[in-house]
Design a protein around this ligand. Structure first.
Ligand SMILES: C[S@@+](CC[C@H](N)C(=O)[O-])C[C@H]1O[C@@H](n2cnc3c(N)ncnc32)[C@H](O)[C@@H]1O
Length: 170
């Protein structure tokens, strides 16, 4: 992914690093914006991520990210319930309040995702010194709604997007 990213961008201001999210260790106040796309549900300690991001942001800096929606990560199967004719009956949600690892098959065997509730995402941010600016559970854009899963992807949220702002330290 880093190879692909550097092949399609040519901005000398970009520095690519191969590094686990858990190991980020940037200077205090180094960034105005920190963003992440669909990665934090692979990280066990979201509270530590929030603390480190908070530290490396300037005052009023933005923290914007997406994760798989907790309705998606609650059950490791991540699959519809089907009827006798193979029709999709409903999306199952169970053990929603039992946070922690889920052994999934996601493009490969034994992929561990970490399920957290929406409340945990929101309250961990608040407890780490952020204000929630926006929370989205987007549906597919119109051009994707005629694709095979397009309508079914409107039956439950797939993604949770949060924009948060660093609040002044009291
Ligand atoms: C679903 S992909 C998202 C990729 C890309 N950000 C996007 O939105 O298309 C999840 C990515 O998170 C990375 N990842 C998972 N756990 C990670 C961790 N602990 N530290 C850094 N990256 C991680 C995986 O290697 C993978 O590239």
């Amino acid at each position: 992914m880093l190879g692909q990213a550097s092949a399609i961008t040519a901005d000398s201001g970009i520095e690519y690093r191969l590094c686990a999210i858990e190991d980020i260790d940037f200077l205090a106040g180094e960034f105005e914006v920190v963003t992440s796309s669909l990665a934090f549900h692979y990280v066990e300690r979201f509270d530590l991520v929030c603390q480190r991001v908070h530290r490396c942001l300037v005052a009023s800096g933005a923290f914007v990210f997406s994760v798989e929606h907790p309705m998606f990560t609650a059950l490791a199967t991540q699959e519809w319930c089907y009827g006798s004719k193979g029709e999709r009956l409903h999306w199952p949600v169970d053990n929603y309040l039992q946070e922690g690892p889920r052994q999934t098959q996601w493009l490969a065997d034994h992929v561990v995702k970490y399920h957290r509730t929406v409340a945990t995402y929101v309250n961990t941010l608040i407890d780490s010194g952020f204000r929630i600016a926006k929370l989205l559970e987007p549906e597919p854009p119109p051009e994707m709604q005629n694709e095979p899963d397009g309508q079914d992807d409107r039956r439950r949220p797939t993604f949770l997007l949060i924009a948060a702002v660093k609040t002044p330290t009291p």
